[in-house]
Ligand binder design. Structure first.
Ligand code: HEC
Length: 137
């Protein structure tokens, strides 16, 4: 089974509920397009959200308030978000929703819950360079 059809089946299960009997592999072709587009968000979505909302403050190099402040408070080795190996998804989601000290919060109208999940995965994986558990890819 291709990763895409697996994702479609997972999405269908999330939307309609699933038992082993109700989703024989052959049925995936009948999943409507609307369900297919609801497949779990991936690294590309996380990348898009990160570039739009986070990169202006968290890119490497001078002139980025997030990077500067983290360098001051936690040291340069912890200043560039995508180079961090000590963040987890729950923490990233909490910081983004609530803000943290000098960082502003982001509302669901700006970053939806789905986008936030993809964003957290993207950040924790270092932009797709590591697994969520920190192993190098
Ligand atoms: C307006 C600038 C700004 C934007 C935009 C911004 N941040 Fe931040 N962020 C900061 C600052 C400043 C800090 C450091 C807060 C402090 O220590 O005072 C920070 C801290 C963080 C931390 C905490 C790191 C730690 O070690 O505790 C995370 C995680 C984070 N940002 C993620 C994000 C993500 C993901 C986005 C995109 C949705 C984002 N930030 C957008 C400015 C920003």
């Amino acid at each position: 089974m291709s990763p895409r059809s697996a994702a479609i089946i997972v999405a269908a299960c999330l939307l309609h509920g699933c038992s082993e009997d109700s989703t024989p592999a052959g049925k995936s072709a009948a999943v409507p397009a609307a369900v297919a587009t609801a497949a779990a968000p991936g690294l590309d979505d996380g990348n898009r959200v990160f570039e739009h909302w986070c990169l202006p403050c968290h890119a490497a190099g001078p002139g980025h308030p997030g990077t500067n402040r983290l360098a001051e408070r936690l040291g340069t080795e912890n200043s560039v978000l995508l180079d961090r190996e000590n963040l987890n998804e729950a923490y990233v989601q909490t910081v983004v929703r609530n803000g943290f000290q000098m960082m502003p919060p982001f509302r669901p109208t700006e970053i939806s819950d789905r986008e936030l999940e993809a964003l957290a995965t993207f950040v924790v994986s270092g932009g797709g360079r590591r697994t969520a558990q920190g192993a190098k890819l």
